[in-house]
Design a protein around this ligand. Structure first.
Ligand SMILES: [Mg+2]
Length: 225
């Protein structure tokens, strides 16, 4: 029996913050007279939803601009992935946050998987672009599982690990996977961009420890006896 490490993707392995923000701001501008979403609108919208398509749609609604959700989403995706869905959009500008050498050390002792709330094609694209596909034995995206907890449960059934190490940059997944029992250890990772007090929020959600970035977390797991 081996131990399993389940990584979140966005904010942990890849920094999607700037590319997503740019897509929101530009999509809003496209449908509303070239007026980009402001920092205030962006900050307000994140309090109401983590879903960037919903955030874009809502900002427009609050400005009194009513466009069908599907059309907003389509324009956002054109900017993000490119018009032909050929990954020529802003997805190409996303920094890779993890040191692949550390992943290489981890696979000697652990099974590595990804449980992400993003579409699987985007996660796979990031892995391929950063030469990191070979480290992960399973990838679950937004359509492969209902939630992080659901995805992790599936992985536990599949690999039957002795212990599970889960990490995320948001509180709700940490809270939910704690329900899977004692074998699951949940940790917080600070994303590249975060609000003051985020560390405490992750700790309050049940994270055993919060790391400044994913590489510190990997080193912790490598050194774990
Ligand atoms: Mg995340």
């Amino acid at each position: 029996m081996v131990n399993l490490i389940a990584f979140d993707c966005d904010g942990v392995l890849r920094d999607e913050s700037e590319s997503y923000t740019r897509c929101i701001a530009e999509t809003v501008a496209f449908f509303d007279n070239n007026i980009f979403a402001t920092t205030e609108e962006l900050n307000e919208s994140i309090k109401e939803s983590n879903d960037d398509w919903e955030r874009t749609h809502r900002i427009l609604q609050q400005r009194g601009v009513f466009v069908d959700f599907g059309i907003v989403k389509e324009h956002f995706q054109d900017l993000y992935l490119g018009k032909k869905i050929n990954f020529s959009g802003y997805i190409n500008n996303e920094p890779w946050l993890v040191d692949n050498n550390l992943l290489g050390q981890l696979i000697k002792r652990y099974i590595l998987i990804i449980v992400s709330g993003a579409p699987i094609d985007e996660v796979k694209y990031a892995l391929k672009k950063n030469n990191a596909e070979k480290y992960f034995q399973l990838i679950l995206g937004m359509n492969e599982c209902k939630s992080k907890k659901d995805g992790l449960h599936f992985a536990i059934e599949k690999f039957k690990p002795k212990k599970v190490f889960f990490c995320d940059d948001r509180p709700s997944p940490i809270k939910s996977v704690k329900e899977l029992g004692n074998m699951t250890n949940a940790y917080g990772i600070l994303p590249p961009v975060y609000d003051i007090g985020w560390k405490e929020i992750l700790l309050d959600s049940g994270a055993e420890k919060v790391f400044d970035d994913v590489n510190d977390y990997c080193k912790f797991l490598i050194e774990l006896k």
